[in-house]
Ligand binder design. Structure first.
Ligand code: NGQ
Ligand code: ZN
Length: 467
């Protein structure tokens, strides 16, 4: 099954030593000029600053690649198809109906083709690892495939083809609402009991075994889809790896949780589950100050998906207060309606500006740059949430590198954190020039090396799905 689809994917022990030179680079302790990175066996082995380019290939300013901590790759195929108004007021829940109709039609080939395009776009915009919150497990009629990880293997194959680092988060989904309500028919492709989920986890681990630096975690879908007993049974299956859960994204979900349990979702989770640094609370949009403080105290990461949260009309996370408490966060492209870490960070800041009628809200203090403070925190939080080797421009870290185009008009006379601010607030993905994942260059001149083939396959697969 799976490893045959990802031939020779393991990092070769004899990969050549390579040097790359950047006009500047954001190192863990700040920007440095004229930086040479030595890469060996997929890792950064040496960082030198203030050195001449000599014979090494040269690039513009470099930053460490970001983790995209929350993706439903297949939703890339319906981007733009849920933006027409329905009969009543549209909401997250009407969007979900459109999404469920799209899900009905996907087969394994379609999933793989769409995921490959989504991962290509992640790489071209500066993400170098993805957390795939993967819940489309079964055949269209709801019956399990012969291999429970058939669909997970398609995600692994898309990661392999594009070169992106993968943290696979097989989703446990059992119910259609609080109190163990039966799942709806449209949810039949997602549903497992605890035993079947154990088999899915084992098969998923096998499916990614040939991928370099892959990580597997568990993902209880939401408090709507999982009972307390089920949650307690599946969390240990992470075996110390990541645990991701959607939480408090919608006010209806908060109200349903209050009605069912007497407490709000984040309060309930902190009281009933061993939430800690390996946990990622996705969205956490509707939190009271005490809940935000509780998340910070737990050491968990909040998984913010600002573009999707805006698209779905979820609400605004109190990022200003949470970051002031020192809370960890990362960013995710979630519905993949648009894929770009710069846009996520921009939207995160803009929602705060609109709500608070101030500027540079998420900058950490006087004289600090918004991008200069957001990028390192999203890098650290995203990396924490997805597990696996650290991404940083530092010896020993995985060589996940994003180089900007130093000749781009948006970078004229920019240096240091102004490069980050010009990327986030102005240029976005158009600034990305070269991208390396685990030391392997996958994007040159802003284009993924396999773009033509992946786009062509996506086109025919999606036309078939939408026919
Ligand atoms: C998902 N997406 O699992 O794809 C969800 C919608 C649900 C977001 N929450 C489905 N953004 O939550 O029931
Ligand atoms: Zn989600």
């Amino acid at each position: 099954m799976t490893n045959s689809r990802i031939p020779g994917a393991a990092r070769g022990s004899s990969s050549p030593i390579e040097t790359l030179w950047f006009e500047s680079a954001l190192l863990p302790d700040g920007w440095a000029q004229s930086v040479r990175l030595t890469i060996a066996d997929g890792l950064i082995s040496r960082v030198e600053t203030g050195v001449p380019q000599s014979g090494a290939p040269g690039y513009g300013p470099a930053i460490a690649g970001l983790a995209n901590l929350h993706s439903h790759a297949f939703q890339r195929g319906m981007a733009g198809l849920a933006e027409a108004r329905g009969a009543g007021d549209d909401s997250f829940w009407t969007w979900r109906e459109v999404m469920y109709r799209f899900v009905e039609r996907l087969d394994p080939e379609g999933l793989q083709a769409i995921a490959a395009l989504a991962y290509l776009e992640m790489l071209e915009s500066g993400f170098t690892r993805v957390g795939e919150f993967h819940y489309l497990h079964h055949d269209r009629d709801g019956r399990a495939y012969a291999d429970p990880a058939e669909m997970a293997a398609r995600i692994a194959a898309a990661a392999h083809e594009t070169g992106i680092g993968l943290t696979l988060l097989p989703v446990f989904y059992a119910h259609g609402g609080f109190g163990g309500a039966a799942p709806g028919g449209a949810q039949r492709r997602f549903v497992n009991d605890v035993e079947a989920y154990g088999r899915l986890m084992a098969a998923s681990r096998a499916a990614v075994a040939g991928l370099p630096d892959a990580v597997v975690g568990v993902a209880p879908h939401s408090l709507r889809a999982v009972t307390a007993e089920e949650l307690a049974s599946i969390v240990p299956m992470a075996q110390g790896g990541p645990v991701h859960i959607h939480i408090a994204e919608q006010t209806r979900e908060v109200n349903d949780c209050l009605a069912a349990t007497g407490t709000r979702p984040v309060t309930w989770l902190l009281d009933h589950a061993p939430v800690g640094p390996t946990w990622c609370l996705v969205h956490a949009t509707h939190v009271k100050p005490a809940e935000a403080a509780g998340i910070v105290a737990s050491g968990a990461v909040v998984g913010l998906c600002p573009v999707t949260e805006a698209n779905l009309g979820d609400g605004v996370f109190p990022a200003s207060d949470y970051l002031a408490l020192g809370g960890a966060f990362g960013i995710g492209s979630d519905s993949n309606v648009s894929i770009d870490p710069a846009e996520e960070l921009r939207t995160l800041e803009y929602a705060q500006r609109l709500a608070l009628r101030r500027r540079n809200v998420l900058a950490g203090g006087a004289g600090r740059s918004t991008g200069g403070d957001l990028h390192p925190r999203a890098l650290a939080g995203g990396g924490q949430a997805l597990g696996g080797p650290a991404s940083a421009l530092h010896p020993g870290a995985r060589a996940d590198i994003v180089a900007f185009d130093g000749r781009h008009p948006c970078l004229v006379s920019r240096a240091g954190d102004a490069v980050l601010d010009s990327w986030i607030f102005s240029a976005g993905r158009g600034l990305v020039d070269g991208v390396w994942c685990g030391g392997r260059q996958v994007v040159s001149g802003g284009r993924h090396h396999r773009r033509d083939a992946i786009v062509a396959r996506y086109g025919s697969a999606l036309r078939a799905v939408l026919a």
